[in-house]
Design a protein around this ligand. Structure first.
Ligand code: C5P
Length: 219
């Protein structure tokens, strides 16, 4: 089964997608992590020009979607643990606003997951990357709740930041993601929407799994 989980930053989609991947034993593709990997390489190599960034697809980061996690390597080194900072997220959202970059990275995702069963998660996993997925979810929550979750996550990773800074960065990133002229961030039309503001992770996972059971019954 090909499952997509879309949603804004901090909606809890990564946590839910990881858990669904584990329960079903199918690979998990975290598309945001791959955007971040490209952003990290741009930062390391000082790339800002769109054309130079596109040339990274000649030697892209090596992405390994596994059950419950996505691993990313660059030049033989695992870089997945280096990608969670706000700085990398900010650069990721800048390169994500280049239409030619999105086109290339979407092709990259499709060839990576060709013919496989998977859970793919990201802002546009179901709307643009895998429009023909079998079942699509859109997971969301209020902006304040999303900022609070992200703040706690960063704190737990030992990153020094205030809640206000996280909220500001989130609002800014939401705006940039929503307003890009091509590939704007919108829920897929055929997605099942789940608002997680007042739900625990387990409750959200249960809702997703029950929709999947329902889908399989109808097959
Ligand atoms: O999900 P995450 O915060 O790790 O993604 C980092 C950035 O990459 C997002 O703010 C967004 O701009 C971009 N992104 C995207 N489309 C995706 C995944 C990530 O535009 N499918």
């Amino acid at each position: 089964m090909r499952i997509t989980i879309d949603g804004p930053a901090g909606s809890g989609k990564s946590t839910v997608a990881k858990e669904v991947s584990k329960r079903l034993g199918i690979p998990y593709l975290n598309t945001g992590l791959v955007y971040r990997a490209f952003a990290y390489v741009c930062m390391q190599e000082g790339l800002e020009d769109e054309r130079d960034i596109l040339r990274l697809f000649e030697r892209p980061p090596h992405v390994v979607p596994q059950v419950g996690e996505t691993l990313v390597y660059y030049q033989g080194k695992e870089i997945s643990p280096l990608l969670s900072s706000e700085d990398v997220g900010r650069v990721a959202s800048i390169i994500a606003s280049y239409p030619s970059f999105r086109e290339r990275i979407n092709e990259f995702f499709r060839s990576l997951m060709n013919h496989k069963q998977f859970v793919a998660e990201g802002r546009d996993a179901g709307s643009f990357i895998f429009p023909d997925a079998d079942i699509k979810f859109f997971i969301t929550a209020s902006v304040e709740e999303r900022a609070m979750r992200r703040y706690k996550q960063l704190k737990a990773q030992g990153i020094e930041i205030t809640y206000e800074d996280v909220l500001r960065a989130l609002v800014e990133r939401d705006e940039r993601d929503k307003n890009r002229p091509l590939y704007p961030f919108l829920p897929p039309k055929d997605a099942i929407v789940i608002d997680t503001t007042n739900l625990s992770v387990e409750e959200v996972v249960e809702r997703v799994l029950s929709q999947l059971r329902e889908y399989n019954r109808k097959l």
